[in-house]
Design a binder for this molecule. Structure first.
Ligand code: ADP
Length: 380
């Protein structure tokens, strides 16, 4: 599936025209290693961009400015890529100048220095070891790409599955409404009850499919470069979606000062909506929900905490509630799919954060999640 191109398996040699270059090339080709040669740095860069297993450089062919160009190319490579360089230094005792050159070469990163004169065997061994290291990097790349592809496939699958499955559900819902409308006088009490059951099940199934879709979206790839968003904006969109539940329950919600962080806004809104929604839903029968959302910075993370005065969670279930379809109550007590916290966990972990709960059963719960703060900043 992920073939390495021939260019990725070869050794590129940078050496001025002459005996050295020819000797290096023939030494390697004689032992079955593919080779491409460049006589100056300008010709080298396009070869590296095309693909490279390892690079051998005769140091007289590389000026300081060219090293900087190469270092800039290396800095832009993806994390899996660390192309090996073998530099053949001039022989003789190290002088201040050669020491300085050696330091400049450090900018190349994955560097082996070989002092000339170099025996052909040494060159061959160094080239083989560079190629081996590079092959391991390609394996990492391939498994990362396979993982990304599998994730994208899964998301696509969940998307079409939940979309396609909701279609017949809509027909069932419509048909049950039509039945009730078209035969209003024929419907016995039992038939009304059965129709109510059908509609209830359809609604639940619809909710489950919607949550499965949200779960698949939660695992979608996070762009490398995310804009900084004020967490307050995500909270506001969550509160808007919860407006009806807030009004019905008479919930009092207090939002503390929140930071700006680098996450996808819709992801953060989804987490807040699930946590605030649960804080309202799992309320005690004798009290209106009182909910507080706070953020504080600790050890390089922003920690958001949603505190409620609801029914609480027994300690034995602190982990379990984050599992897929895990619920502590029957559907008659509290509606829900058991996916909300699993979605939160999935999202938070995508950003290398953590989510957890503490509770005084019967008194309330505190759900906290962390997001790395390094990329974020405090809102004014
Ligand atoms: P759902 O609410 O759809 O059941 P969740 O994944 O959001 O699914 O929550 C899983 C379970 O965790 C809930 O069924 C409930 O028992 C418990 N739970 C979640 N939030 C709270 C809360 N704030 N207070 C008490 N119990 C909660």
């Amino acid at each position: 599936m992920f073939q390495r191109s021939p260019a990725e398996m070869r050794i590129v040699i940078l050496a001025p025209i002459g005996r050295d270059a020819a000797l290096l090339a023939s030494t390697l080709t004689a032992s079955g290693i593919a080779v491409a040669t460049a006589t100056d740095a300008d010709a080298l860069l396009p070869l590296l961009i095309e693909g490279v297993g390892g690079t051998i450089i005769a140091d007289e062919a590389l000026r300081s400015s060219a090293i900087q160009t190469l270092a800039a190319w290396i800095a832009d490579l993806p994390p899996w890529s660390d192309p090996p360089f073998i530099v053949l230094t001039s022989n003789g005792l190290p002088t201040r100048q050669t020491n300085q050159r050696a330091q400049e070469f450090q900018a190349l990163g994955n560097l082996t220095l070989l002092e000339r004169p170099v025996r052909p065997d040494t060159v061959r061994l160094a080239a083989r070891s560079a190629l081996r290291a590079r092959m391991r990097q390609y394996e990492v790349r391939n498994s990362q790409e396979a993982l990304l592809e599998a994730n994208a496939d899964l998301e696509q699958f969940a998307h079409s599955a939940s979309h396609d499955l909701r279609e017949p559900l809509r027909t069932i819902a419509a048909a049950s409404h039509m039945l009730a409308r078209e035969f209003p006088h024929d419907t016995s009490e039992r038939a009304v009850e059965l129709l109510r059951l059908i509609r209830g099940s359809v609604e639940r199934m619809d909710g489950l499919l919607a949550d499965l879709l949200a779960y698949a979206h939660a695992s979608s790839i996070v762009e490398e470069q995310l804009p900084a968003v004020p967490a307050r904006r995500s909270v506001d969109s969550a509160l808007m979606n919860l407006a009806e539940a807030i009004r019905e329950s008479g919930a009092i919600i207090t939002i503390g000062e929140l930071p700006t962080i680098m996450v996808r806004e819709s992801h953060l809104a989804q987490v807040f909506q699930n946590l605030l929604g649960n804080a309202i839903k799992y309320r005690r029968s004798d009290q209106n929900p009182i909910v507080e959302l706070l953020a504080q910075e600790a050890e390089g993370y922003w920690i958001f905490t949603v505190i409620d005065n609801g029914i609480g969670i027994p300690g034995a279930y602190y982990e379990a509630v984050f599992g897929i379809f895990k619920r502590l109550h029957s559907h008659d007590q509290f509606s829900g799919t058991g996916m909300g916290l699993a979605i939160c966990k999935r999202i938070v972990e995508r950003y290398r954060g953590r989510i957890w709960v503490e509770s005084d059963p019967g008194q309330g719960s505190r759900f906290s999640f962390s997001i790395p703060a390094s990329a974020g900043k405090q809102e004014d």
